[in-house]
Write a protein that binds this ligand. Structure first.
Ligand SMILES: O=C([O-])CC(=O)C(=O)O
Ligand SMILES: [Mg+2]
Length: 616
């Protein structure tokens, strides 16, 4: 059997410098490899590996790629500088400049990746407007992918708010105006009947994670239609930076079935279909075709993460595909897992067990009911009683008031389990006074709803009220960190979905935590992928929560934090991945056998590194 290196050498000989078709000789060799012992892990373990590569190799020239229906282009010279996957800018060495026809195309200076990083961080810090920083980062991603990830990984606390929440929200609102190049696949109603072909147009073939949205509920900003693309792009950047998945294994997808956002429909710069949203059968058929095409094209181990769908579709899609595909809804399950981790960790500060607490939610959509359900599952396991019993400690308020038995007839199905016996209560503040929760969680997507009166009420019967303002972006946060500390006279334990700066209250500095699913999904996905999971199970979410909570250190608690800092996120993700993978193996849902002994070490060894490679 011919080795892969020999094959790459052959390919160089055959294909040469230009843009040519892959030869029949190579086709047959590849066929032989596919039928023989070759395991498709071209770059080592599941394609994560590292080392010295020739410019044609790395994680692009997989055998799959060589049999695409279109021409394989090989980068060299000017094309190499224009290829973001391989471009190193001024970091190309003298030898590389000679070997790859770069002489004269670059100024003479040769700089290290570290110096490039310092220069870029310096120029990013000159921008005052967050959206300008976002655009600069997107430009970098389009120009030099490894440098983009190096910046993001090394400066995660500074750059997360730039490429992700909250700035990504504004980017989506203005996506039509700032659109430069496609960063993911757009699948609209026009592609109905052709989705498999559309998937084949994407240049990367070994996809491991897809993040898909239909743009109907982008953060707490509502229906942004096709411009929701910023969300899958941002989430997948985090999959790589925080969870260590290869960028080429990540596919952002936006399903465009129209938008009901009048402003966008009347906006000449809008990039999506100018029609109202398709519903019912037309919608279902498109999603069905997409999910089937995904399985057909990438196999059953590709993870599909649903993101920012409106409630009605989010629950429906998750239940429809969870028994046939590897699917995960970040807003229902990822948010639930991160909040549960925060609660487990907060017990060290507030005392008692989960079952000793009373929970009140404002918001009974995907996030609210998802979190409530996972808390109930955890409590039911702890007190060894049915989940129905555990639910009694959890109360939800929606736009019509407290969810109570007398409303059962008119409630959507996902709210029904939370209808407890109680007289009707309309306002949140009255619900707080009546239920006397120890934990208040905001997940309604509506900002400024935790008023002074609400926070004061929480502080009147709790020594340390636990207040989580989860809605995103910052404009939709139920209250600010400063308000929570001020109105509770410095007693609240506070975390929020979007980041807030530390607050100085009467001489003491309080550091708010960020209860954002970004802590969970990258490590969770990594755990599924390294174990070759074929289905997601709720126990895996619990495993992720426990792993995250275990990463909070005394020095974090001392500052009032219930989450570890993001600066350690890669290590945290490895622990989450290991705990999730362990559960996948335990449940018999793993397809990568045998189980590695040390799963943390294994997860770490699988992670993508953004350090430049040497090109022969
Ligand atoms: O994107 C985020 O920051 C968290 C999230 O999933 C959402 O708010 O929908
Ligand atoms: Mg989301």
């Amino acid at each position: 059997m011919i080795s892969l290196n020999a094959l790459k050498f052959l390919k160089k000989l055959v294909v040469g410098k230009g843009e040519r078709k892959v030869s029949a000789l190579m086709e047959s060799t590849l066929k032989e490899m596919r039928n023989g012992s070759h395991d498709n892990s071209v770059n080592g373990k599941f394609g994560f590996g590292g080392g010295v590569e020739d410019v044609y190799g790395e994680d692009r020239a997989t055998e799959d790629q060589l049999v695409t229906p279109w021409t394989v282009s090989i980068a060299s010279g000017y094309t190499l500088l224009r290829d973001p996957h391989h471009n190193k800018g001024l970091a190309f060495t003298e030898k590389e400049r000679d070997a790859h026809y770069l002489r004269g195309l670059l100024p003479p200076a040769i700089v290290s990746q570290d110096l490039q990083e310092r220069k870029l961080m310096h120029s990013l810090r000159q921008y005052d407007v967050p959206l300008h920083k976002y655009i600069a980062m997107m430009d970098l991603q389009e120009r030099n992918e490894r440098l983009f990830y190096k910046l993001l990984i090394d400066n995660v606390e500074e750059l997360l708010p730039v490429v992700y929440t909250p700035t990504v929200g504004e980017a989506c609102q203005k996506y039509g105006s700032i659109y430069r190049r496609p960063q993911g696949l757009y699948i609209s109603l026009k592609e109905k009947g052709k989705i498999l072909e559309v998937l084949k147009n994407w240049p990367e073939k070994s996809i491991q994670v897809i993040v898909v949205t239909d743009g109907e509920r982008i953060l707490g900003l509502g229906d942004l239609g096709c411009q929701g693309m910023g969300i899958p792009v941002g989430k997948l950047s985090l999959y790589t930076a925080l969870g260590g998945l290869r960028p080429s294994a990540c596919l952002p997808v936006t399903i465009d079935v129209g938008t009901n956002n009048e402003q966008l429909l009347n906006d000449e710069f809008y990039i999506g279909l100018k029609q109202r949203r398709a519903r019912g059968q037309e919608y279902t058929e498109l999603l069905d075709e997409f999910m089937n095409a995904v399985k057909q094209n990438y196999g059953e181990k590709v993870l599909v993460q649903f993101e920012d769908f409106a409630n009605h579709n989010a629950f429906e899609l998750l239940s429809r595909y969870s028994s046939s595909h590897l699917v995960f809804n970040d807003d229902i399950q990822g948010t639930a897992s991160v909040v549960l981790a925060g609660l487990i960790s907060a017990l060290k500060l507030v005392g008692g067990s989960l079952a000793d607490h009373t929970f009140l939610f404002l918001g009974a959509g995907e996030a609210g009911t998802g979190i409530a359900e996972l808390i109930a599952l955890k409590i039911s396991k702890q007190i060894k009683s049915p989940v129905e019993e555990a639910r009694k400690k959890i109360w939800l308020v929606d736009s019509k008031g407290l969810i109570v038995k007398s409303r059962l007839g008119s409630l959507q199905h996902f709210k029904k389990p939370w209808a407890h016996e109680h007289e009707p209560v309309k306002e949140l503040v009255d619900a707080v006074k009546a239920i006397k929760p120890t934990v208040l969680i905001g997940s309604s997507g509506v900002g400024k709803t935790f008023t002074k009166e609400v926070v004061e009420a929480m502080a009147s019967f709790n020594e340390k009220p636990l207040i989580l303002a989860l809605s995103n972006p910052t404009s939709q946060s139920e209250c600010t960190a400063e308000e929570a500390y001020k109105w509770s006279k410095g007693r609240a334990i506070f975390a929020s979905g979007s980041p807030f700066d530390p607050v100085n209250y009467e001489g003491k500095v309080f550091v708010p935590g960020q209860a954002n699913n970004a802590y969970i999904f990258p490590g969770f996905g990594l755990g599924l992928i390294i174990s070759g999971a074929i289905r997601v199970h709720d126990d895996m979410l619990l495993a992720a929560s426990e792993a995250l909570a275990a990463q909070v250190k005394q020095e974090n608690y001392d500052k009032g934090l219930i989450y570890p800092p993001f600066s350690n996120i890669r290590k945290i993700s490895a622990h989450i991945a290991a705990n999730v993978a362990a559960k996948v193996y335990e449940l018999g849902l793993a397809s990568h056998l045998p189980r590695p002994k040390n799963l943390v070490k294994y997860a770490e060894s699988c992670m993508y590194s953004p350090v430049y490679r040497s090109y022969r």
